[in-house]
Design a protein around this ligand. Structure first.
Ligand SMILES: C[S@@+](CC[C@H](N)C(=O)[O-])C[C@H]1O[C@@H](n2cnc3c(N)ncnc32)[C@H](O)[C@@H]1O
Length: 332
């Protein structure tokens, strides 16, 4: 089951890792940040093109899937009920113009959880309206990495789209088992990862953890909590906001593991850049689970079409996509 894909806002390739699992072939990637480009090239042997706003849509190769974890920009200019041109000036517009020109049969988009509620839901409604105007049927939902085996609470808005109206897409089921932190945390790490004794003491005065191994989280108002999983990794977070057992920062390998990247992923950038990259990345098993459902639904349609072509089943019995009202639900 092979397919081609393009990886927009590619970062370090969370979508790429998920697609590779199903033998997907990357035919184009775009990423503006030179360090993320280096990491992408060293890991996947594809050099991402730069700024997507400068790349004409006609120059992008044909593909089956468009993947894009587009940056969360202020969407204040959209939501005015106008549609395609209304999104001009946002990076979503670049996704839309590529979909319009290339018409890939499927896409998966990812953004922060807040996209679903921004501007009273109007931002997401504008995005969905534009996608629908372009001929795509869409499903959207907020998914949490914790439900896909990763010990990280990371909620993301996922939008799936298809040009094929009959696709019977279902959201993946929650996975029962979460990888324990003991499989994420490195037993011995360089002393540079340890917070100062002063910071460690301050945290421990404020908080007692009920877990032997936990990631401590300090929020903006100074409250400290700890769980046997991590709060969401963030690209621009303060240095010590997550500390293993209140003592040390996560290593680059640990942050990659928290996002579900393979152990073979080569770390080629500084600790600072890798922290930024992993904070921006999409959780691999979450996308893998969504992609698997799209591929299963696609295979089912193809199976039914083949059967219909060989007249095994009468025409008109291809399933129509379910209009499940719960598909729009935000379940956390
Ligand atoms: C939310 S991150 C996506 C990360 C990616 N999904 C991953 O798994 O690593 C958004 C990425 O878009 C990149 N970016 C921002 N503006 C861009 C542009 N105009 N053209 C190409 N890439 C851009 C950023 O550098 C960042 O790496």
């Amino acid at each position: 089951m092979s397919f081609t894909f393009i990886d927009l806002f590619a970062g370090i390739g969370g979508f790429h890792q998920a697609a590779k699992f199903f033998n997907g072939k990357c035919v184009f990637a775009s990423e503006i940040d030179k360090y993320a480009q280096q990491a992408y090239f060293q890991n996947y042997h594809i050099r991402p093109e730069g700024d997507i706003t400068q790349i004409p849509e006609q120059e992008i190769p044909k593909h089956d899937f468009l993947f894009a974890g587009f940056p969360c920009q202020p969407f204040s200019i959209i939501g005015q009920q106008k549609g395609f041109s209304d999104t001009r000036g946002t990076l979503f517009f670049d996704i839309a113009r590529i979909l319009k020109a290339q018409r890939p049969p499927y896409f998966i988009l990812e953004n922060v959880k807040q996209l679903s509620t921004h501007n009273g839901g109007k931002t997401l409604q504008t995005i969905l309206r534009v996608l629908n105007e372009l001929g795509y049927k869409t499903w959207h939902k907020v998914l949490n990495a914790l439900n896909f085996g990763l010990p990280q609470k990371r909620e993301r808005t996922i939008i799936v789209g298809t040009l094929k109206d009959q696709l019977d897409f279902k959201w993946p089921e929650k996975q029962a088992l979460m990888k324990p932190l003991s499989q994420i945390i490195e037993p011995e790490v360089d002393k540079k990862f340890y917070a100062s004794v002063e910071i460690q003491n301050k945290r421990k005065q404020k908080h007692k953890s009920q877990f032997d191994l936990a990631i401590w989280h300090e929020n903006k108002s100074g409250n400290v909590t700890s769980y046997p999983y991590s709060c969401a990794l963030r690209a621009g977070a303060s240095y010590n906001y997550l500390l293993v057992n209140g003592e040390r920062r996560l290593t680059p390998r640990e942050t990659l593991r928290l996002q579900g990247f393979s152990e073979n992923f080569k770390i080629v950038c500084s600790d600072y850049q890798t922290k930024k990259q992993t904070g921006n990345a999409v959780p691999v098993p979450m996308i893998q689970a969504v992609l698997e459902e799209v591929l299963n639904a696609k295979a089912e349609i193809e199976r039914l079409q083949t059967a219909q072509n060989s007249a095994i089943i009468p025409s008109g019995v291809l399933p129509q996509a379910n209009n499940r009202s719960n598909m729009q639900e935000i379940s956390l």
